[in-house]
Design a protein. Structure first.
Length: 317
């Protein structure tokens, strides 16, 4: 019995020792992981790693600081920050009907500047925090408020063609395109479709109705389609959509949107008819010129035309 008792006691002591060693090992691994995380955080996000969440006084770039001039921001630096000159900001605020305050204690002008910085550089909220000295939560609220204000304005501008604004520019656009490619002297813009990828719908498993509706066999992805009219100055004059990516293509979107029918009455100026140029996804329509179809019988002239127009075609994508 004494021998058995000694064996049991030794086993228990060994188990206790192994448990202590295991806990010590876990503790060491945990501390090592924390040290690695601290180093990585210091390297990648020093503002977060510092542990300081005091933001102080926000930096203002609007009229309150003479558009940054009061603290040494030149006109060139201001343009690099926001892609607009200081003198253009009041006009932009008036054109976009920015309210006096977009949020309590945040002027509409400052909110627009934060939004412009977000769009011009694609900065994340951490980058914006360094520029404006505002908390990430505050920046997120400001960007959301500005987007909600601008949304209806943008939709109205993109879904309705402003003929009074753009028609006088058709001869200028056509001349610019012709000087660039010397192929077509009556083209004022470019028509194209773009595919926006989305997550797979959670309904119907993998073969149901919603899957077929949004899954594009051409792109091999689920998505939505948009169709836009882009001008040589880089501005989208029209945008229609979204359309389910598994059902529609460029031609069907063109037919449903009615873009060509809507533009036909505007595209004849001083006896000259102006046209849009599309890619190979379109066919010849009144008001639309596509490239010559690929074929072994293509002449050299047709190949040159396709090549030159392809070099200047501004894709909505």
């Amino acid at each position: 019995m004494n021998t058995v008792t000694h064996i049991i006691t030794a086993i228990n002591a060994l188990e206790d020792e192994l448990e202590r060693d295991f806990r010590l090992l876990v503790h060491l691994i945990h501390n090592r992981m924390l040290s690695w995380w601290d180093l990585a955080l210091n390297r990648r996000a020093p503002i977060y790693a510092s542990g300081s969440h005091l933001h102080g006084t926000p930096i203002l770039y609007g009229a309150a600081t003479n558009y940054g001039a009061n603290f040494g921001v030149s006109a060139g630096e201001f343009y690099d920050l926001f892609r607009f000159a200081p003198t253009e900001i009041p006009r932009l605020c008036a054109a976009l009907r920015m309210p006096e305050y977009i949020l309590p204690n945040v002027s509409g002008e400052e909110g627009l500047l934060i939004y412009l910085r977000r769009l011009s550089r694609g900065d994340n909220l951490l980058d914006l925090k360094c520029v404006f000295h505002r908390s990430i939560g505050s920046l997120s609220d400001i960007i959301k408020a500005v987007a909600e204000h601008l949304g209806p304005i943008a939709v109205a501008k993109l879904q309705t063609f402003d003929s009074e604004l753009w028609c006088p520019w058709f001869p200028v656009f056509a001349s610019a395109i012709y000087l660039k490619c010397e192929a077509l002297n009556c083209c004022f813009g470019f028509l194209d479709g773009t595919f926006l990828r989305i997550c797979r719908p959670s309904r119907d498993g993998y073969r149901g109705f919603w899957q077929r509706l949004f899954y594009s066999g051409y792109k091999h992805q689920h998505g939505l389609l948009f169709q836009g009219l882009s001008l040589p100055n880089g501005i989208l004059a029209l945008m229609h959509g979204p359309y389910p990516g598994g059902v529609y293509n460029d031609l069907s979107m063109l037919e449903i949107s009615g873009i060509l029918d809507m533009l036909w009455s505007f595209t004849e100026i001083n006896g000259v008819r102006y046209f849009l140029y599309g890619d190979r996804g379109y066919s010849i329509e009144p008001g639309l010129i596509p490239p010559f179809p690929r074929a072994s019988s293509m002449s050299d002239r047709e190949k040159i035309f396709n090549s030159r127009m392809s070099s200047v075609r501004v894709s909505v994508e």
